[in-house]
Design a protein. Structure first.
Lengths: 168, 415
């Protein structure tokens, strides 16, 4: 998790997990590389062809609303999207993304447009919009989530430490 | 001074908890369905070979049930083999939807339950802290017998008065979601209180808790009362259950007030659940398919309401009418009461217990640009398997009345 850099693909509010990975591809859930070919298809049918490794998905509020399908976070990760940035996230998607080592960033996305180039410094908590030459602050993640992200996901965390990420 | 969520965690941990705190808590039940189970098993296999307590783990084959294609048949076999090897519960084709079987037979007031399905919050109507999680989190609970949680802040939703004739708990929750918005309670524990809630039957309360996730809530809790215990004992016999109510001076981050008597029948119009419209505004909209069922409204009380309207009548020629019971218990009861006969004679197609067309995999995928009216909980674009279809959400009464006329119809015309 050093510095992430890439192009912005901008979406609106309330992007559901059905937009991210439609239920009609249910039969591909045990074939993740095939499933990933349909990432974000119902939000933008061209997205799977257009997205390049390192790019960002940027959205409005309530990104990932709806079903608990963890496949939604996984297909975004498999598309090598470096992070999802939104004003807010739905709870289950947010946790699934962290568990899979996909950075999810809460920030004001009004000043980020489709096609902008961004540089994101997770440690410093800042987004630099290189196209618009502005900086946007990131809402910091709770420590437990940062710890999971740092290991690349919850499974990697448990394998390394042989325990859950919260201790009392 | 604890809310319901704080009370449940405090009991489980043997100490007082505060909202915002991160804890590891024991999990009473973890469960998976056929869409989330295979990934959960694969994740489990990456870090564990031991199920903490197999009698606290359930697998349900309810989504693509029975399987419409070979890939899913293979997934189902993978689930069956794992469940048998580990000695967990396995709920097969025809048994019904996970959440319905949970409320009938397994969930108890005061339990902490995680399900790899977002509508796990249905169980909150029995005052269980039940929340949807991803496959990996459910796999961790299965292996460790516990999971990490952040104690949520609580919202109190207070509904006074009484619903009028022809207005049901589905109309009420659609109205509340319309007011609060699809992210109006994100992350919060939503607690439902007030005269209108306590007058609802337990079956009608499940519809309320089921849709808590549609305003982003982590759980949708309803305090236990005589009706809760009547329901539980009617199925499970004379057992003792915990009484789970908040302290009188519990502190809530926000309280929302509603008056049930001002709420008309309504729908959620495409493509968001918070796109509430009163029935007057959408009545007359032509529809191609009606679906009565799901974990939201596939219970015996829902079927009685629909059958009362459909009895002795025929569905409109241009409408497909699909009905699926939420569980085997519901199905048998509906057969016994003659409701299934009414549905078939009205021109309906009765599917086996399960999720049916709600998940867009089989058995009722709409054609391009078709309009569906369903008693399910989601109308997102593509939800029923076709992104160009439009989905309206409504009560079983509105669904039945609309099936007769071929257009969205105020059910009070038939009551």
């Amino acid at each position: 998790m050093t510095i992430l850099r890439g192009r912005v693909w901008k979406f609106g509010d309330n992007i559901s997990t059905d937009h991210i990975i439609p239920g009609r591809y249910y039969h591909l859930r045990s074939n993740l590389p095939e499933l990933a070919k349909h990432v974000m298809e119902d939000a933008d049918p061209e997205f799977p062809k257009k997205v390049k490794p390192g790019d960002f998905i940027v959205a409005g509020k309530n990104f990932g609303m709806g079903s608990s399908r963890e496949h939604a976070a996984i297909v975004i990760k498999l598309a090598n999207v470096s992070a999802v940035i939104a004003k807010s996230f739905a709870r289950i998607f947010f946790r699934n993304a962290i568990n899979n080592g996909l950075p999810v960033i809460i920030a004001d996305t009004d000043k980020i447009d489709d096609g902008d180039e961004l540089e994101v410094d997770l440690e410093k908590g800042v987004i630099r919009n290189l196209t618009k030459n502005i900086e946007i602050k990131i809402q910091p993640l709770p420590k437990v989530m940062l710890d999971i992200l740092k290991e690349g996901g919850i499974v990697e965390y448990i394998k390394k430490y042989s325990r859950l990420p919260v201790t009392e | 001074m604890a809310t319901m969520a704080e009370k449940i965690f405090s009991w489980k941990l043997g100490r007082d908890v505060e909202p915002g705190e991160f804890v590891v808590a024991p999990v009473d039940i973890s469960y998976f369905q056929d869409g989330t189970g295979p990934l959960g098993i694969r994740r489990f296999n990456e870090f564990s070979d031991n199920v903490a307590d197999p009698r606290k783990v359930h697998f349900f084959i309810d989504h693509a049930s029975p399987s419409p294609r070979k890939e899913l048949s293979n997934d189902h076999r993978f689930i069956r083999e794992f469940a048998r090897r580990m000695g967990t519960y396995l709920h097969e084709y025809g048994e019904g939807i996970s959440h319905q079987i949970m409320v009938e037979e397994f969930a108890k007031p005061g339990d902490i339950i995680v399900g790899a399905d977002s509508h796990t919050c249905t169980l909150g109507a029995l005052a269980a802290f039940a929340t949807g999680v991803g496959s990996t989190d459910a796999a961790i609970a299965m292996s460790e017998g516990g999971l990490w949680f952040r104690i949520p802040e609580s919202y109190r939703i207070e509904v006074s008065g009484e619903l009028e004739k022809g207005v049901y708990s589905k109309d009420l929750i659609l109205y509340i979601i319309g007011k609060l918005g699809a992210d109006g309670a994100t992350y919060k524990s939503a607690e439902f209180h007030g005269e209108a809630i306590s007058k609802l039957s337990q079956e009608a309360r499940f519809t309320i808790s089921n849709m808590a996730i549609e305003m982003g809530a982590k759980v949708g809790l309803i305090p236990t009362d005589d009706e809760t215990f009547r329901y539980l004992k009617s199925i499970r016999g004379d057992q003792e259950f915990l009484n789970v109510v908040p302290d009188e001076d519990a502190s809530y981050e926000k309280t929302f007030y509603f008056d049930a008597k001002n709420i008309p029948p309504g729908v959620a119009a495409p493509h968001n659940v918070d796109n509430w419209k009163p029935i007057d505004e959408v009545a007359g909209t032509p529809i191609n398919q009606v679906y009565i069922g799901t974990c939201t409204n596939g219970r015996i009380e829902d079927f009685r309401i629909a059958a009362q309207i459909l009895k002795g009548r025929k569905k409109h020629r241009d409408v497909t009418l699909i009905i699926a019971p939420a569980s085997k218990r519901v199905y048998i009861q509906a057969v016994t009461e003659g409701l299934i006969k009414i549905f078939i004679e009205a021109g309906g197609v009765v599917l086996p217990p399960g999720c049916g067309p709600c998940v867009g995999i089989h058995a009722g995928v709409p054609a391009d640009n078709e309009v569906v009216l369903s008693t399910q909980n989601r109308n997102f674009k593509g939800r029923m398997g076709n992104p160009s279809a439009e989905i309206y959400l409504a009560s079983p009464a509105t669904a039945a009345a609309s099936a007769l006329k071929g257009v969205i119809t105020d059910p009070r015309e038939y009551l």
